[in-house]
Design a protein around this ligand. Structure first.
Ligand SMILES: [Fe+2]
Ligand SMILES: [Fe+2]
Length: 190
């Protein structure tokens, strides 16, 4: 294959062209086989296990965040600000929804979502917390949200264009963690 170009003197010359945008037909044929791999086709690349591992760590983080917010919701209800306690419950439910999205993606990638309670806190990026004081709860949640924001930011950079579906999911979760952190920092008394 060649295209016609012009050199600096304006003379026509035929230049061989490589790297054209063409589909890999062998990979399309291969996609018709290996049906047990479900949504994972040959173009997915060699990162499947790494991405599943990163997602399982994120799942553990979301589960620990759900537990921490639930604990805070039930114990803060009698404290001075029931409105903040209610927001802890809203956050708990949103963290649960994040965990569900991540678990679903792990299964789509042919992995197994790890809900094992015994290893949850060691796999989570963020910590559980049993503070009794409302401001201490807000602070612990803000620390956890900031850790989650940092972890999701790093994951998004690591995944890049290796898996655009997973990256878009993580970007949507990240934007909600940023909203959580923003709300918490508004409630924090300096
Ligand atoms: Fe979350
Ligand atoms: Fe969050």
């Amino acid at each position: 294959m060649s295209i016609t170009t012009f050199d600096t003197a304006g003379t026509r010359e035929a230049t061989p062209v490589s790297g054209r945008l063409e589909l890999d037909n062998a990979a399309l044929e291969a996609a018709k086989r290996s049906l047990e791999k479900g949504a994972v086709t040959p173009s997915y690349g060699p990162w499947r296990e790494d991405i599943i591992r990163l997602l399982n760590d994120a799942l553990a983080t979301e589960l620990v965040c759900t537990l921490r917010y639930k604990r805070h919701y039930f114990t803060a209800k009698g404290l001075a600000s029931p409105k903040i306690a209610e927001e802890f419950l809203v956050h708990a439910n949103e963290e649960t929804a994040h965990g569900d999205m991540i678990a679903e993606r792990i299964v789509q990638l042919g992995g197994e979502p790890d809900f094992a309670p015994t290893t949850l806190t060691s796999r989570s990026h963020a910590d559980y917390d049993e503070s009794r004081d409302l401001q201490a709860m807000i602070r612990a949640n803000l620390v956890a949200e900031r850790v989650a924001i940092e972890a999701y930011g790093q994951m998004i950079k690591l995944i890049g264009d290796k898996d655009s579906t997973t990256r878009r999911m993580l970007e949507s979760i990240l934007s909600q963690e940023q909203e959580h952190a923003d709300e918490l920092s508004d409630w924090l008394t300096p």
